[in-house]
Design a binder for this molecule. Structure first.
Ligand code: NAG
Ligand code: NAG
Length: 496
């Protein structure tokens, strides 16, 4: 009796600890690509998960799991990135096939970075914990994308494949296309059936599901499918989970769309059946994309924590075991802020710390957010132009927004990467543009205010005007010289 119980217990433990790619291998549908910045996706994997590059000296390093099969060593990243900015430059393939994701090149659409490449993601935009251990996801702002065109082992033509991804269900938009999966090798739209990728967001341009979105759909090129038909399919639900598992598979004249709360419970099948007319047989090309469409459409946003692609059509049972492992990984939210704490309801002033400019405070003139010399003997009008009420972040409650004291109802927001003072128009776009996450100042003096929606970008004064600037980006106000000082502000009540 005792021996039998312990055997059962061992069996359960073994099932619970098998990592996603060990489970897929057991099901004879092995991973051909496995990407994650948060954890190893094989029990035995102890190699590099991802590479980061820091702004201070352009050096790179790799981040590995703390133990074989374990969670990423986030503290190694924090140490490497101290007092500077870091970008995720490469997301390694754990499968051994070398299908590493790097900065996506231009295609049907150009990206915003040098030579039409897409932007790279900030390394700190998507912190989470896995069973209490900190790790970082890939926070994709519009314009950000990763890709590999020349892959090994990924399905082509009408071959079968499966894939899943764990995403942030609350970070999305309606633009094209926050995808992870199989796409064109030419970075251009080569027609219906040339892609098979997970899509997440609330685009209604092609397919859509019940409610207002966001939905998991499948990007098969020139269409996002939410079910059997193009356009509306009522069985594809709006999801409101913080962590979402999306599971998609495609074979000869069949495909399936499944989803779940990645933090509990099991997968629900939203569609399983035949291909829509014009999509059979498929003409998959076998490149892998993350955060973009197959033609490098790059207007979408979302967050990716982990995902894989398999060869063969995984069984529902295999996917159920993978979902159980994801739940057991224990994804949970953690703070996006650090450094001096801001208190909702306080009225503050923010003084420049760049040597030679330290009598200047963040102020506004009409809609332009700028710096002005302010002191306790300045006019009341000027003092009010340079005073900001701290409110709960309009777009994310764990961060903050800054309401004008002399123009109540107007907030600092970024627009074309300039900071403007605009009235809150109540839209999701405005709320996100007006949300900033304080972190310990890059130069150690006060706070640096990072955009929630573009975490590579910070409040920066440049020629006495405020921008949402990245460290070493393509705009003049992104200059690396003086970046740390220009993004660091002392927080006061009133003026010296
Ligand atoms: C997506 O949802 C947001 C917030 O509800 C809304 O403002 C936006 O118009 C939606 N986009 C589309 C394409 O429906
Ligand atoms: C680096 O940042 C820490 C934390 O904000 C700060 O204490 C320190 O002074 C900074 N060092 C430099 C050289 O800026």
């Amino acid at each position: 009796m005792f021996a039998r119980r312990s055997l059962v217990a061992l069996g359960l433990v073994a099932t619970a600890t098998a990592a996603p790619c060990d489970i897929y291998a057991d099901g004879d549908t092995p991973c051909v690509a496995a990407h994650s910045t948060t954890r190893a996706l094989y029990d035995s994997f102890s190699g590099a998960l991802y590479q980061i590059k820091r702004g201070s000296d352009s050096e790179t390093t790799t981040i590995s799991p703390l133990t074989a099969g374990g969670v990423a060593d986030a503290s190694a990243q924090d140490t490497f990135c101290a007092n500077t900015t870091c970008l995720i430059t490469e997301i390694y393939d754990q499968s051994g096939n070398g299908n590493h994701l790097t900065q996506a090149p231009p295609g049907g659409f150009d990206g915003p970075d040098v030579d039409g490449y897409d932007n790279l993601a900030s390394a700190i935009g998507a912190p989470v914990t896995l069973n209490g251990q900190k790790a970082y996801g890939v926070f994709v702002s519009p314009g950000t994308g990763y890709r590999i065109d020349d892959t090994t082992g990924v399905a082509t033509g009408d071959e079968s494949e499966g894939m899943y991804a764990v995403l942030d269900g609350t970070h999305y938009n309606g633009e094209c296309c926050f995808d992870y999966g199989n796409a064109e090798t030419s970075n251009t739209d080569t027609g219906a059936g040339h892609m098979e990728a997970i899509y997440y967001g609330n685009s209604t341009s092609w397919g859509y599901g019940a409610g207002a979105g966001p939905w998991i759909m499948v990007d098969m090129e020139n269409n996002l499918f939410s079910g059997a038909d193009e356009g509306y399919n009522s069985a594809d639900p709006t999801l409101s989970y913080r962590f979402v598992t999306a599971a998609v598979k495609g074979g000869a004249d069949k495909w399936s769309l499944r989803g779940a709360n990645a933090a509990s419970g099991s997968l629900t099948t939203y569609y399983s059946g035949a291909r829509y007319s014009g999509y059979n047989p498929m003409e998959k090309e076998g490149s892998i994309i993350l955060g973009i469409g197959g033609d490098n459409s790059n207007g979408a946003q979302g967050t990716f924590y982990e995902g894989v692609m398999t060869s063969g059509y995984p069984s529902d049972d295999t996917e159920a075991s993978v979902q159980a492992n994801i739940v057991a990984a224990g994804y949970a939210v953690t703070s996006l802020t650090s450094g001096p704490e801001l208190t909702v309801g306080d009225t503050i002033s923010l003084r420049v710390t760049t040597p030679g400019y330290t009598t200047r405070y963040i102020a506004h003139t009409d809609t332009t957010v700028n710096t002005q010399v302010v002191s306790s003997s300045s006019s009341t009008d000027l003092q009010e132009q340079a005073s900001w009420k701290v409110v709960t972040g309009l777009g994310y409650s764990g961060c903050f927004s800054f309401e004008s004291v002399d123009t109540p109802g107007s907030y600092i927001r970024h627009y074309n990467f300039a900071l403007l003072l605009n009235a809150n128009d109540g839209t999701k776009q405005f709320h996100e543009d007006a949300t900033f996450c304080p972190q310990a100042a890059l130069n150690g003096e006060g706070t640096s205010l990072r955009s929630w929606s573009y975490p590579t970008r910070y409040f920066r004064h440049y020629d006495d005007v405020l921008y949402a600037a990245s460290n070493g980006g393509v705009q003049t106000f992104d200059a690396t010289a003086s970046f740390n000082n220009d993004v660091s502000f002392e927080i006061y009540t009133g003026f010296a």
